[in-house]
Write a protein that binds this ligand. Structure first.
Ligand code: NAD
Ligand code: IPM
Ligand code: MN
Length: 394
């Protein structure tokens, strides 16, 4: 992706930049840092790497995968969820592909560590390290797959929205923050530049979609939200008057997302609200297992499914790799400037879902069988990635 003038020029689905090296025979080489994570993380990542390895040569791409320690496993092996070698490795790559990290939700040694050493601090640290402030979480109900949604097909049908979640600010990072014997404190704070840049990301994405941004906040109660709203209104008036802008309070937004999801095009919101609303929105296509994401803003983008490490289903061939596969498609599009390969991958996933999805979607396939189906649906040849790559060799 491109960080032009310090802001994301995310387009919600079109090529923005190309990286990588071109060999004499025209094959584009890219280095992908792979952070598999914990529990189902490695399962969905391995499935995705297998599919990428099959797709790449058909699309004129040469992908080198470098696995780096991250998450709970890295706590056990390196004493920290985000070791220094991983911090260096991700910045040396063209893109980062991540599974999901973290332990079981209940009592577990990883959850008893001081906050700074916990897996989730590694995840937040990675986002901050990459400068990945813009988290794009597209939620689409594919035509013909409405039956996979637990909602009535007439409600789910046609859902095509993009959640733009601010990812490196807000209550996740605000100070003071502590857990004392008699008091727990987290601080929700946004600086003007943080709201301005994420608002621009949302408006730019909307321009390339249906031209409609809904900003979600809690301005009726929270000062930080009133500030958010005022800044979004200012950016809109000054720079994007052609995009339609409306506002919803977050409680109502949660309801509207399941009542009338087609009413949304681009939804922009703060870190915590975006976290919650994106899990809610996962119900529209049918499972948290299908939602992908791209986290952009720095030189290297982070591509990961929205779901977590799902310890409850790990090791049982039950993990749905769709979210990771579709994240890899976003990576092909944004980081590798390979839109035809991205479309081929999305098409194969869609075909495999239509045939028989994984159990979380009410289907009969396990991770292995579903991955095989995706492999079988990949086209024999994909139009090679752009003939004039924008990125210079590094
Ligand atoms: P979760 O997303 O792991 O699981 C929620 C529910 O969805 C579970 O019932 C799970 O089985 C199901 N599910 C999730 N992904 C699925 C998939 N691909 N296929 C089929 N079913 C799937 O959320 P949780 O249980 O609240 O969290 C578990 C751990 O994951 C925690 O440690 C949490 O902090 C971590 N987490 C990590 C990330 C990340 O790495 N970015 C994201 C969210 C949660
Ligand atoms: C997500 C996750 C993370 C978040 C956690 C695990 C730190 O829930 O990526 O949605 O809250 O951002
Ligand atoms: Mn979440």
């Amino acid at each position: 992706m491109t960080a032009a003038g310090g802001r994301v020029t995310a387009d919600g689905g079109r090529v923005t930049a190309a990286g990588g090296r071109v060999t004499a025979d025209g094959v584009r080489g890219h280095r992908i840092a792979v952070l598999a994570g914990d529990f189902i993380g490695p399962e969905v990542v391995d499935a995705t790497l297998e599919v990428l390895a099959a797709l790449a040569p058909r699309a004129g791409l040469s992908l080198a995968f470098e696995r780096l320690p991250f998450g709970g496993h890295a706590i056990d092996t390196h004493g920290a969820p985000l070791p220094d070698a991983t911090k260096d490795g991700v910045l040396a790559a063209d893109a980062v592909l991540m599974g999901s990290a973290g332990g079981p939700v209940g009592d577990h040694p990883w959850n008893r560590l001081p906050r700074a050493l916990r897996v989730e601090s590694g995840i937040l640290g990675l986002r901050q390290h990459l400068g990945a402030y813009a988290n794009l979480r597209p939620v689409a109900v594919f035509e013909g797959l409405e039956h996979l949604s637990p909602l009535k097909p007439e409600i789910a049908r046609g859902t095509d929205l993009l959640i733009v979640r601010e990812l490196t600010g807000g209550i996740y990072f605000g100070k003071p923050s502590y857990n004392g014997p008699d008091r727990g404190v987290s601080t929700d704070v946004y600086e003007r530049y943080e709201v301005e840049r994420i608002a621009r990301t949302a408006f730019e994405a909307a321009r390339l979609r249906r031209g409609h941004v809904t900003s979600v906040d809690k301005a009726n109660v929270l000062d930080v939200s009133q500030f958010w709203r005022d800044v979004v209104v200012g950016v809109h008036a000054a720079e994007f008057p052609g995009v339609a802008l409306d506002h919803l309070y977050v409680d109502n937004a949660a309801m509207q997302l399941v009542r009338e999801p087609r009413a949304f095009d681009v939804l922009v919101t703060a870190n915590l609200f975006g976290d919650i609303l994106s899990d809610l929105a996962a119900v529209l296509p049918g499972s948290l297992g299908v939602l992908p994401s791209a986290s952009l803003g720095g030189r290297v983008g982070l591509y990961e499914p929205v779901h977590g490490s799902a310890p409850d289903i790990a090791g049982r061939d039950l993990a749905n790799p769709t979210g990771t596969l579709l994240s890899a498609a976003m990576m092909l599009r944004f980081a590798l400037a390979a839109p035809a390969a991205a479309a081929a991958l999305e098409g194969a996933v869609r075909a495999a879902l239509a045939e028989d999805p994984t159990r979380d979607l009410g289907g009969g396939r396990g991770t292995r069988a579903f991955t095989d189906a995706v492999l079988a649906h990949l086209p024999a040849a994909v139009e090679p990635a752009g003939s004039s790559p924008g990125g210079a060799a590094r």
